[in-house]
Design a binder for this molecule. Structure first.
Ligand code: NAP
Length: 451
């Protein structure tokens, strides 16, 4: 390595990237860290994935922003790494190492007939919409029909169901943008069916999140378990404390009468969607579901079918990643092959290339999981830095000059803070802490106000 401080780029300003950036910047030897994101706003899934009503979970932002405040880490928002932006090869000319923390943004598909119909919206897209992601703010999901099917038994399915089950007035207390609130105000949704392909003992919900749907002001929870809980499913937690708590809750819900609230969340166990039905205009009008049995631990269809009357289907069955041009990719796991964060191709490390977060380990874990993950990757980078080749353009200002040359109007930390202040001001108008700006042009205008 040359004489200057080593330079590392972290691509992706979500929790995994920011934990890694903080760990790199904390190295006493001194490392220059730039965090690059294609959006003008930092925080990735904390901002665009954590449900708007999970305010306490978003408080982690206070930790994630810390290294930016004294300028220990620099933000370069509104910079897309890849086609139409700055390509990876060029980026590599400016840094000793690049840490990729771009997550998994592709909705997994159900693979059933009718999935192409208008009104089938993957959870990633749907969550991005209500979270005010600029790519999805114009989505306009069909919420006029009273029925919605949400497929999957993970926390994302619960988030989607809860947001649909809350009243618009409840959601108005969150940071959701006005266009989303307008759509929710017009919602005619009354029955949200969560379709779980296995039994109550197999859900991936966390108990705190499951409990919340039982505490909703305007929605009852109705458990359709075909007597599984009474027949012993509640004992099949295999010693897993989380599952034991889930089963106790589900069991209790089977024993209470619905209170007659205006909306209902139906938990339908041992059910898979097998076909989505459309009307003459190509819009969803129903979903055919089939009863499953669990045989030797495997899901087996029984042939027993029924149709649910729904106008929207949200598969919440996990995510895949987009391959990163120039890096190896394993389509089976949707991750970049790596050992402890070091990218490997054919068993050999790719010099200067690292991954962290979902693109490294797959779409699992809670926000905190990214801390240890980011630290592991940062430790690998720090250990390798002394032996990494000098980049062609190591001088600190060169990347900004290159972005200028490409006509990319990057958003630095001060510019993001202007957008942040604007969102807080809009929040004040609605009586909230914040209301998000979701339109890309408006976001950039708030970052770079006209002189
Ligand atoms: P997840 O926890 O992996 O759950 C995916 C669900 O989809 C599972 O129930 C799975 O069932 C089901 N599934 C997969 N393929 C299916 C198919 N073809 N048909 C029907 N069901 C199918 O994924 P997630 O909900 O997307 O969450 C991702 C991660 O983010 C998780 O670690 C989650 O805990 C975390 N998260 C946390 C929070 C929170 O803490 N509040 C909020 C959101 C997300 P099987 O089990 O049968 O495979």
């Amino acid at each position: 390595m040359g004489q200057g401080r080593p330079r590392v780029a972290v691509v992706g300003a979500g929790p995994s990237g920011l934990y890694a950036a903080a760990a790199l910047a904390a190295d006493p030897a001194g490392v220059d860290v730039d965090v690059i994101d294609r959006l003008a706003a930092p925080y990735g899934l904390v901002r665009y994935g954590v449900a708007p009503d999970h305010v306490r979970m978003k408080a982690v932002i206070r930790v994630l922003q810390q290294p930016f405040e004294p300028g220990t880490v620099r933000f370069l928002g509104n910079v897309h790494v890849g086609e139409g932006g700055i390509d990876l090869e060029e980026l590599r000319r400016h840094y000793h190492a690049v840490v990729h923390a771009t997550g998994c943004s592709v909705d997994r598909r159900l693979g059933v007939p009718g999935e192409e119909l208008d009104g089938v919206i993957g959870s990633g897209e749907f969550v991005s919409w209500y979270s005010g992601h600029p790519d999805r703010i114009t989505l306009d999901p069909p919420l006029a029909h009273p029925g919605v099917a949400v497929v999957g038994a993970g926390n994302v399915a619960l988030d989607v169901a809860r947001v649909l089950a809350k009243s618009a007035d409840e959601m108005a207390e969150t940071d959701i943008p006005d266009p989303v609130l307008d759509v929710l105000r017009g919602s005619g949704v009354t029955d949200i069916h969560i379709l779980v392909r296995r039994g109550p003992q197999h859900v991936r919900f966390t108990p705190a999140e499951l409990r919340q749907i039982g505490e909703l002001a305007h929605a009852d929870v109705i458990v359709h378990d075909d007597g599984q809980l009474a027949a012993g499913a509640r004992e099949e937690h295999g010693g897993d404390k989380r599952q034991k708590q889930n089963l106790a809750m589900l069991d209790a819900w089977t024993q209470v009468q619905p209170a007659g609230k205006s909306r209902r969340i139906h938990l339908r166990f041992l059910r898979s969607p097998v076909e989505i039905l459309g009307d003459g205009d190509g819009r969803v009008r129903g979903v055919v579901i089939e009863r499953n049995a669990i045989v030797d631990g495997r899901v087996v269809a029984t042939g027993e079918r029924e149709t649910l009357d729904v106008g929207l289907v949200v598969p919440a069955i996990g995510y895949d990643a987009h391959p990163i041009p120039g890096l190896p990719f394993d389509p089976a796991t949707g991750t970049v092959p790596n050992v402890g964060g070091r990218v490997v191709r054919d068993g050999e490390p790719v010099a200067g290339a690292y991954v962290t977060g979902w693109i490294k380990r797959g779409p699992t874990g809670v926000i905190g999981t990214n801390k240890s993950d980011g630290h592991e990757t940062a430790a690998a980078v720090l250990a390798d830095l002394p032996n990494l080749p000098e980049p062609a353009r190591p001088e600190p200002g060169a990347i900004r000059a290159a972005l200028d040359d490409h006509g990319i109007r990057y958003v630095d930390w001060a510019a993001w803070q202007r957008l942040d202040a604007e969102e807080i001001r809009l929040g004040g108008e609605r009586g909230n802490a914040r209301v998000k700006v979701a339109d890309r042009v408006a976001m950039l205008a708030a970052c770079h106000p006209a002189p």
